[in-house]
Write a protein that binds this ligand. Sequence first.
Ligand SMILES: [Ca+2]
Ligand SMILES: [Ca+2]
Ligand SMILES: [Ca+2]
Ligand SMILES: [Ca+2]
Length: 606
Amino acid sequence: MKKTTTLIASFFFAVILSAQIVPGQNHKGSIKAIDDQKIMKGDENLSHLMLHPNPHTHAVMNSKSSSFPSEVIGYTTYDLQSNGSVQNRLDVHDDGTISAGWTMSKEFNTTYSDRGTGYNYFDGTSWINQIVQPTDQVDRIETSRVGWASVFGLGNGEERVITHSTSLNVLNQASRTSIGTGAWTDANIGEFYMIWNRSVAGGLDGNTIHMIALTEPMGTGWSGSLYNGLNGALLYFRSQDGGAIWDIDTMQLPTMDTAHFLGFSADDYAISAKGETVVVAYFNDWGDSFIVKSTDNGDSWTNTTFLNFPHDKYAIDEGLDLDSDGILDQVYSTDNSGALIIDDQGMAHVFYGIMMYADDDLSDGSSSWFPLTNGIAYWNESYGADNTPPTVHAGDTSLWYSDMMNDHWIAEAPDLNGDPNVGGVDEVGGYALYYRSQASMPSAGLSSNGEIYMTFSGYTETVDNGSQVFRHIYVTKSTDGGTTWKTPVDITPHDDWDGMQECVYGSLSPVVDDKLRLIYQLDFEPGLAVQGDEDLVDWNAIHYLEVDTVGLFDNTTPPVSVLEAEDFNNRNGRVFDILGREWKTNFADLPKGMYIIDGKKVFKNK
Ligand SMILES: [Ca+2]
Ligand SMILES: [Ca+2]
Ligand SMILES: [Ca+2]
Ligand SMILES: [Ca+2]
């Protein structure tokens, strides 16, 4: 490993990641996320992880952004739309009508007793519930207190919204016989209390419902018990008749058992279906991340691991020292927020926020995460399984990362202020507590010509409220099957309030044509009231946004030049990496990646 000199101290903050609060239960002070901040030195061995092979990664502001039409279709004071991955909240039907749902409350307290699904429907001309002000928000569609809506239409023209009811302790299926119109009827799914579902329509006739949901965990704040030994079992359910009869229920999919895992966590997963293909993706932190896939509508399943964590069944406080140097290791994994999409050939594509973790206090019952980690990785089935060995890479010390992740680190929140870091005021510790990468909450769509689109919620470091940076929604795309990605474009309408708008939980319609269609949650305060920051309870707007895909990336230019190494071999200029560290080694001998030379970003491609 080449010697580096730290010129600009990069402070990384570790915050104890504690158990997340219990959605659906009263939000008591006793279940706060602990914010036990400690400042680490800036010379951790990270630079090579930033030196990824895709030069088209740094987002730019786009002058087109302010012209994108954005419409408020609802409001909510309950602002935790997920503990991890974004849920499928938008269903664009074949006739151009649209169903949208979100978790909603209109109460200004921490019980949110009216919580349920906020719903709106675009009938082809306009949204049926016209929302001018927060008090226009209509009541939930369900009769009991629920949350975590999966919204979808069936092939037979009926409509479903699946949630978990915290008053009845059961999964709830809200049904009606016509998409967009008619009364909703509630029904239980099973009798067992499952939480945080993800449900989609599939099957050749579009009337199969595939669902995954988690058993209630046990431990602090929870009253569940182990399920076949798992603390939180992610179980699969199937109905082939639109939710009347569930012919598969509480099924443990292959490898999702105690031979491989200690348990699973709320919302760290996604499900998608197309025809008879159905895929579940799990975005782990201290364990393997993987897909399980069926091509026979859920009868049989196979597993492929896309991030092969170096230690199976790692227990917090166990300690991880892969290079046996007596120093506990830092590890890269997913940040639990991922997206999944299936293309017309039935191939699965996944995206996930990247996070660095450490467990360097073996008596605190917690681990640490690094809020200034910045990146989204991509994988598709053509890459095969991740076979990164469970050893520290040559030249590294007490640091592990997946080659599969590092080779496909496709997007980041942008550097907008000209300093080499991304963080703005958050570099002094004021970050909003989502427990996510600076680029996270991915959501994906495909166009008929095979282009892959991915939206994400990313740091916009030049926009802050004095103590916390705001996140905007960005989009990137690949026209070559995921090999290269466009410079992400900020699609948040950002002229108002000088861009001081917190835009999170973007849920993109998986079908992209001449438009991207998505909903997201907008607030004027970074962070959440329900979790993390525990900001004051206030209205959050649910925005529907349409973006023309034609010309979307025309105003952006690649932020860096791709240069042959020889072009710089004989230069005498000082070479910095994007963390601001000067490299004293000859340029020709440096590893491939991004450098800054004479104030310009240079991508060294060999
Ligand atoms: Ca610990
Ligand atoms: Ca070590
Ligand atoms: Ca910067
Ligand atoms: Ca805040």
